[in-house]
Design a protein around this ligand. Structure first.
Ligand SMILES: Cc1ncc(COP(=O)(O)O)c(C=O)c1O
Length: 353
């Protein structure tokens, strides 16, 4: 059956992608088809002289296996930033895309670059996404879940309400931090039921591979075909050989993944409790960071603003993040490190406050 292109942007429907030369699995062939060098490079694995598999089939199979989907429903790219950028071109270019007012600040950048009108919908007073606001829209939707930089989790039933209310629009759920959220929060199982749902994930957070640059999307075959079309109009070989191999092995090593994720979650919950003890208001986080507002001044004491604390922690060799933006300029975003690092942070804050 031909793949439906109904949800694709007009520009992507019109493209005829580049077709790369064959990269065979069989190494007995005399390979004179893609202008590679026959001699090994001075450094690195000798196989690096050959182009990698443009489809990253082994990596997609590893992702499919742990996600409970078939490999045809997986697209892998050079970090989820690249996958998301391709998705903006494929589904939102030339149209509209709706997102919360406080979310990942890369979304409006891609919208602007790829010609999508970016329309924001305010989070409520508790920094929660209100699903009701997303049920009658005239454009696509992108939501980070857990959201960034708030860390707040949108329950799966609300994600499903949004996806099912917009059958003719693509809804992207950016799950960069989903592995730190409560079990059952991921929308991946819904991708089988809803052809308009694209879920993106990454090896950068729970798999500790930010330096490798691997991310992926899971969705219907139509959405995955659109992403492949964009990729083959930009760069056939987005993921290098080392990255394909290392990411496949890492994603399949479930015990290490589980142990490290549990350690981060434990340190996050400890940090949340300690910050609250010090008088911070801390949002409930389902991510590997917390979003916290320093205590208000008491009994005429001066108190410290978020930006002051940022600076004073920096002087003590501790880096955290501050966004000087409307609604969140009193908050600090603190990534979760080892339990020793989090103890050092809390001790420094105890001294500063
Ligand atoms: C919400 C969100 N999505 C996507 C990304 C991109 O992750 P990567 O490109 O490393 O996969 C980030 C990175 O911090 C993020 O915060």
């Amino acid at each position: 059956m031909p793949i439906s292109t109904e949800l694709w942007s007009e520009r992507i429907k019109a493209q005829k992608p580049y077709i790369a030369g064959e990269q065979p699995k069989n190494s007995n062939l005399i390979k004179l088809n893609t202008n590679e060098n026959p001699y090994a490079p001075a450094a690195g694995d000798a196989l690096l002289r050959l182009y990698p598999d443009p489809d990253a089939a082994g990596l997609c199979a590893a992702i499919a296996e742990v996600s409970g989907v078939t490999p045809e429903r997986v697209f892998a790219g050079n970090g989820s930033d690249e996958v998301l950028a391709f998705a903006f071109i494929a589904f939102f270019g030339g149209g509209k895309v709706y997102a919360p007012d406080i979310t990942y600040s890369f979304y409006p950048v891609w919208a602007s670059l790829f010609g999508a009108e970016y329309i924001t919908i305010p989070l409520d007073a508790h920094f929660d996404i209100c699903a009701d606001d997303y049920l009658t829209l005239d454009g696509g939707v992108i939501l980070a879940n857990p959201n960034a930089p708030t860390g707040k989790v949108l329950p799966l039933r609300d994600v499903e309400r949004i996806v099912s209310a917009n059958p003719d629009r693509v809804v992207i759920i950016d799950e960069a931090y989903i592995d730190f959220a409560p079990d059952g929060s991921s929308a991946v199982p819904l991708t089988v039921k809803y052809p308009n749902l694209l879920v993106t994930q990454t090896a950068s957070k729970a798999y500790s591979l930010a330096g490798l640059r691997v991310g992926w999307a899971i969705g219907s075959e139509s959405l995955i075909a659109a992403l492949n079309t964009v990729k083959n109009c930009v760069n056939s070989y987005t993921i290098d050989r080392n990255a394909q191999e290392t990411a496949s092995e890492t994603i399949s090593a479930r015990a290490v993944f589980r142990r490290n994720t549990e350690r981060v979650i434990r340190a996050r919950d400890w940090t949340t409790a300690e910050l609250r003890r010090l008088g911070f208001s801390v949002l409930d986080s389902g991510a590997n960071f917390v979003f916290a507002k320093p205590p208000a001044p008491i009994h005429g004491e001066a108190g410290k603003s978020a930006s002051e604390l940022l600076q004073q922690l920096r002087e003590r060799g501790i880096l955290i993040r501050y966004f000087n933006l409307p609604r969140i300029d009193e908050y600090l975003r603190i990534s979760i490190g080892t339990s020793e690092q989090m103890k050092a942070l809390i001790s420094a804050l105890e001294e500063l406050l």
